[in-house]
Each structure stands twice: as C-alpha cells, then as structure tokens.
Design a protein around this ligand. Sequence first.
Ligand code: IPM
Ligand code: MN
Length: 379
Amino acid sequence: MKKTIAVLEGDGIGPEIMAETIKVLNTIQNKYGHEFEFIFGDFGGMGYDKQGSPFPESTKEICDTSDTILKGPIGSPKYDSIPDLNLRPERGGVLALRKRYNTFANLRPVRLPKELLSFSPLKQSVLGKEIDLMIVRELIGGIYFGKKEQGQKENGERFALDTMEYTETQVKQIARIAFQEARKQKTVLHNIHKSNVLECSIFWNEIVNEIQEKEFPDVQVGHMLVDNVAFQLVVNPSQFKVMLMENMMGDILSDQCGGILGSLGLMPSACIGPKKAYYEPAHGSAPAIAGKNIANPYSMIGSAALMLEYSFGLKTEAEEIWNALFQIMHAGYQTPDLIHNSNEKQKQISTNEFGTMIQKTIEEKKETQNKEMEYRVLL
Ligand code: IPM
Ligand code: MN
C-alpha cells in the first residue's frame, strides 16, 4: 500500500515522540511492503516561529493533499502572550485543523490491560480486571466553536462571553459513531451530559434517545450527569465501556482518564471527519521535559496505530504495534513518567530506547496472529 502522511511534529516533546513514531512506521512499512511517504509541515508554535502562523498556507496544502495527518502535541507558555488569539497554537492551529477537516469524532481509547494495572494510581480493588473504555468526544461544536466576545457593558464593566451551541446534525453524527462502537462491543452506551442545567444537554439527550429508538434499539443507553461521571470514574472506572460526550466535557474527562492510567503519555487519539482524519496524542507538549529524551512516546505511537487502522484499514499492522507496546511495558521497560507508579521490576528507558525496542519487537516477530482487533474501523 502506498500512502502519503502529513507530519506535524508539534512543539515541546512533539519532535522527539514523532521521531520514534516514524521509526516504528518505517519498520511496519518494510515488514509489510508498504510505502509511506512522510511530508513535514510547520504547525503550532513551530509554524508561528517559522512562518508567522500556527497553520500556515504551505501546511494546509500538505494536509489537503496527503492521505492522512499525524500531529504531535502543540503549544507552550511562550506562545500564551501572542496578542492575537487566532495566532496562538491552540486556536489558530488545532481548532483550525479540526474545523478545516470537520473532524467531528474524537476517539480516545483508555486502556490498561490487567498486566499493566499497576501503572494506575488507583487501587487494584477499585480498578477491577482491566481498564478498556472508549471516549467518544464531539470535536467541532459546543463552547469551543460558539460565538466568543470580550467587551464592556454600558456601565463600563468588562465582560467575556463564550457560547455553547449544538445543531441536530452535529449531535446525530457523533451519536451514531458512539452507538456503532457500543453495538460492536455489545455494551451499554453511557451518554454524559449536564441536563439539569444546560439547554444544550437537554437537546443532546433528546437526539440521542431519538437515534437510539430509530436506529439502535438493540443498544442500551445510560444517561449520566457529567459531575457524577467524574466521581464514578475514580471510584468504579470499569463500569464504563463506551462514553459519549460533547466537546468540553470530553476535554476534561480525557485528562481525568489519563490520570486513571497513571500518565497522559498513555492517551492516543483519532480525530475523524467525513473525508479526512488526523491523529494526535490527547496530551500537551510538556515543555518542562522537552529535549531530555525522557518523554513517553506511547501516545504518539498509539495514535499512529489508530491511523493505520482507521485511515488505511491496516488492522494487522496496527495490532502489531499495540502488541509491541504492551509487550515491552509488560517486560518492565518504562519511561520515567510511569516508574513511580509501578510495583513491577522496573527498567527505566529513554524516549529513544522505547522507540527502538518497539521497532525491534516488531522486526523480530515473524508471524502475526490474525486475532480479532480491539480497535475497529468506524467510518
Ligand atoms: C485536547 C487539547 C486541545 C483541546 C487543546 C490543545 C485545544 O487539550 O485535544 O484535549 O482542548 O481540545
Ligand atoms: Mn485536552
């Protein structure tokens, strides 16, 4: 298979974890006879520094013409003082990228197989057998994209405004993705909301119920208030399998799930639109540890595995990557972010060593079992 991949390395630890990911993708390409062409584009803070924009025209062109996009984490405090918010990496880069490709479905798998449960700061008795849930987050609506304003009232008092808005189409399309995932997993769909306060949530829940009745009568829905979910995730996380939520709630609960896993470095994600998808870790660019060769590249490598499966349909290759990731972590090899939480015999490794170990594991493994994939093509 021949594919072009736009590579947006990002800021902070971005280039380091991306380098390891490309190493792994090269190994996959050699082993399976694919041809991946990587085309680098300036983005985020790097785009601003080099070309005066977090999403320069040249990068848009690269993204438009590539088969898919692999993106590292962006931002750093140094860009927080750029006066024009639309030139900051988050608003002018990430949100613009999401909008451009209408990547409405953000899938964030939260996984700790039973062998790796000791990474979690939670007690084993609380965690249950394993952690395996999927956050299905709406990504192009809600308060992130609603009307924004800052100004002064007539009496001179300053004010700020962000608006939460959802259309029927937006709720329907993300609800369908979540229902499909729940149906495939033969599990209940947890719909997360704040309908005791928000009009948007009342509307959201109505649409979710309509879709369930008309299109997914076989899937059971559990409606839960978001504040309760924040509590339940800590006291009984394994009750959740597939969780549907709007943009901002998804942002917050994603990081909480990273906390349950023991590191945000264990949070890959897929952002899928009707015509194009992009893949990124759910965490930030961790400027404090950038350039030290200690960042955990799991989330970036895992995002590449999601890319192989969702964008290219390469399930076996994706599974090879997951197996290698779990295998070397199970053998006790960990980047420093996971060392303190683990009771196992630990061997601290660098970002670079982590990538090389994944690469070797894949190279050395001769046969790939054709077992049922846990990550499925949704669109
Ligand atoms: C995420 C990030 C982004 C978000 C930022 C960088 C805009 O935190 O993907 O979770 O808030 O969506
Ligand atoms: Mn976030």
